[in-house]
Design a binder for this molecule. Structure first.
Ligand code: HEM
Length: 205
């Protein structure tokens, strides 16, 4: 706490929370931009190799986003009182009264001032974190089905490897390393995940 003339300043957002915020913002913007290119890859005339490069850039940004998000979840147990779960998630003692009070004051044109997240922001942040978790979960599986990248890529490579081919040498552009029947079954498996990933992107954007 620092006193400046008549004002008192409090350290609300600790440095780890600030780093999370900006890394998340930059990664999500990048994911949206490359995601839009991927979504329209045929209309934009990308070659197969170009599509793979786009997916690699997108998935690399996705790893950054996912690890950053994971760290934020750990930090919600370790950080200062404004960074903790009970200051982020809705609920807990007095929450609903605080929410009604905040909404009433807001509608009366006199919004209450909060250090940290106000009760409505806690709902918004929770929805956003849930959407990011869905994107990270579906995206990491898609990085496995499309690029054979970790954490699930080795499993998908074993699924689609052609007879006698070492799964470690399966690669998206090396058609002769892939069993076509198994590949079609794997594509059918991933289809609903792509749909969830795309619709969550619509909601996030
Ligand atoms: C805020 C986060 C994210 C957004 C907004 C986003 C957005 C998108 C969009 C719009 C597409 C194109 C979908 C389509 O072609 O129908 C896409 C595809 C893809 N995303 Fe993400 N994504 C996010 C996070 C991630 C993460 C964390 C990963 C993995 C680490 C990932 C991996 C992929 C992959 C592999 C594809 C290609 C799927 C395909 O072939 O259609 N994404 N993403």
């Amino acid at each position: 706490m620092t006193k400046l003339n008549n004002y008192t300043s409090y350290l609300v957002w600790d440095s780890s929370t600030r780093w999370f915020h900006w890394i998340n913002a930059v990664a999500v913007m990048g994911l949206i931009i490359v995601g839009v290119l991927l979504w329209n890859d045929n209309a934009l005339g990308f070659s197969d190799a170009g599509k793979i490069i786009l997916k690699e850039i997108h998935a690399t940004l996705g790893y950054v986003m996912s690890l950053n998000l994971l760290w934020r979840f750990v930090w919600a147990f370790l950080g200062n009182r404004y960074a903790r779960w009970k200051a982020v998630l809705p609920g807990g003692p007095g929450y609903w009264r605080a929410l009604r009070g905040y909404a009433a004051a807001f509608l009366a044109g006199e919004p209450q001032q909060y250090a940290g997240h106000n009760p409505i922001a806690r709902i918004a942040i929770t929805v956003m974190l849930l959407l990011l978790v869905i994107q990270a979960g579906t995206g990491l599986i898609l990085a496995g089905t499309d690029l054979f990248w970790p954490p699930f890529g080795a499993w998908f490579a074993r699924w689609v490897a052609a007879a006698g081919v070492d799964p470690a040498s399966v690669s998206p552009l090396a058609v002769n390393t892939i069993d076509q029947a198994a590949y079609q079954a794997m594509r059918a498996f991933r289809r609903p995940l792509v749909t969830i990933h795309l619709y969550t992107f619509f909601v996030l954007s």
